[in-house]
Design a protein around this ligand. Sequence first.
Ligand SMILES: C[S@@+](CC[C@H](N)C(=O)[O-])C[C@H]1O[C@@H](n2cnc3c(N)ncnc32)[C@H](O)[C@@H]1O
Length: 238
Amino acid sequence: MKKVQQHYDEIAEVYDRRYDSRRGRYYHGHIRDHVMEYLPKGGFLLDVGCGTGLFVQRYVQEEGQAVGIDISPGMVRHGRKRCPDCGFFVGTADALPFRDDSFDALASLLAFSYVPDPEATLDECYRVLAPGGRIAVCTLSRTVFTSIVPFIYRMGERVGLKGVGVGNFDEHYYTNAEMERLFCDAGFEDVTTSRCSFAHLKLIEPIFTLARKAEPFIERKLPYLAYNVCASGKKPEE
Ligand SMILES: C[S@@+](CC[C@H](N)C(=O)[O-])C[C@H]1O[C@@H](n2cnc3c(N)ncnc32)[C@H](O)[C@@H]1O
């Protein structure tokens, strides 16, 4: 975990540039919108692995209140700048420093692949959600395209390549079935999984434009080709 923290501290300054381009804005915006669909609007949200606060900002735009937590103090610093009225905390997903039943909504975007203990992380998410609260976790899934990514990132580290996410972090990419099992085992009900995003920011034009056009079809009809899995659920009412 220390290595992930160091990596994100190092790239915190440039992280948002990744999503400043037209492609980047579309890619992350699409994921944010997708996650929003599974959460109650206007509640109190915790974003786990919040990074620079992109989703915290999105959530509070719809009348909600939000706090974020991230292992990287560098990323958290940028979150505080982006949303000065929201709370940002440094901490790990598997030991959340919040009281039981504190939040109406819990989100995690593009961070779950890093957590070394997914069961402990979801137990913590369950604990801090209020009864009836909803959770949505969007993370890289294992597909024909993504299976090779951890290998490329490991090789990248060996040859001294720099970039967001480049390194050997023991990442785990999940199938829908794995996410469903993890959510059910943690005690969530109404568990669903969907696939999200095919137009990746790293695709060059005009492939990106084509992928963007095909994205709704891929997500609905060929979901195993979409890059991210979004798992959602609800903490049972008491
Ligand atoms: C790819 S970034 C995503 C950030 C943000 N959610 C977004 O969508 O822009 C992954 C984030 O997960 C954080 N992270 C990794 N492992 C973590 C852990 N165990 N607990 C909390 N945050 C973690 C990293 O520090 C980093 O900010």
